[in-house]
Design a protein around this ligand. Sequence first.
Ligand code: AKB
Length: 316
Amino acid sequence: MKRILVTGALGQIGTELVLKLRDIYGEGNVVASDIKRKDCPKIVESGPFEIVDVVQAHQIADAAKKYDVDMIIHLAALLSAVGEANPAKAWKINMGGLFNTLEVARELKCSVFTPSSIGAFGNSTPKDNTPQDTIQRPDTMYGVTKVAGELLCDYYFHKYGVDTKGVRFPGLISYETLPGGGTTDYAVHIYYGAVKDRRYTCYIKKGTYMDMMYMPDALNAVVTLCEADPSKLIHRNAFNISAMSFAPEHIYNEIKKNIPEFEMDYDVDPVRQRIAESWPNSLDDSAARAEWGWKPHYDLTSMTKDMLKKLNEKLK
Ligand code: AKB
């Protein structure tokens, strides 16, 4: 039986992952935590909730001890665009939070899952079908913390035997909770624009490809990897995973098939455009497929149908 502490549980991934984990492992066995208690009754009232600021190691340790957890899913982090606006804060939260989590896991003998990102790659990385093992010299503070985080997790596994695991998430698309300050956020906002206003102004240039994934596939990835046979894992902490790769005009065209009056124009944000151009166009995720059976279910067409249906219900 797993007892899990989730940090950053009120963010885009956490709000959906906590509910899925509570379904699988039982409501009382999944402790949601975040730096503040937000108005999110689905999470804070459906099971244990604790205030945890991951920069304060003792707060992670106190929550982990109180509930006697054996696993920490560490999600608390700043995303790429906000990280570029405040690099010192991104370093402090992303590296400090992960270091504290790994130290608590080492002391309390917990396993750790924490996501890396396509942001761990940079301009010198091969852009198409980006290999699992390749050049990683990112051009953002977010990327620096993601590469260092992958290495730190490897280190804790080899040095201390902490069972660490992770994936490199692409842009995640979901209807429940908005992402908070990433480069790929346009691929979420475009659906809200389409449903609410029938129009959207895109901050990423036409022709800029990035990997993306629908949230149900991302949640399955976390659960499947956490349950995977550790003896089969060669790339523990940094599996490339992807479900689709597209540029803004492709998502626009797909939405337009469902909402013919939808219109999009462009007002490019130079900061997020520079970040997007430094990331891969598409990842090779064959290692994840071979080592733990990764397989996404949603493509751009099926995701768009589901997103529009769910947002129409949510926003009506
Ligand atoms: C971001 O855009 O910063 C994130 C990511 C791809 O890591 N969504």
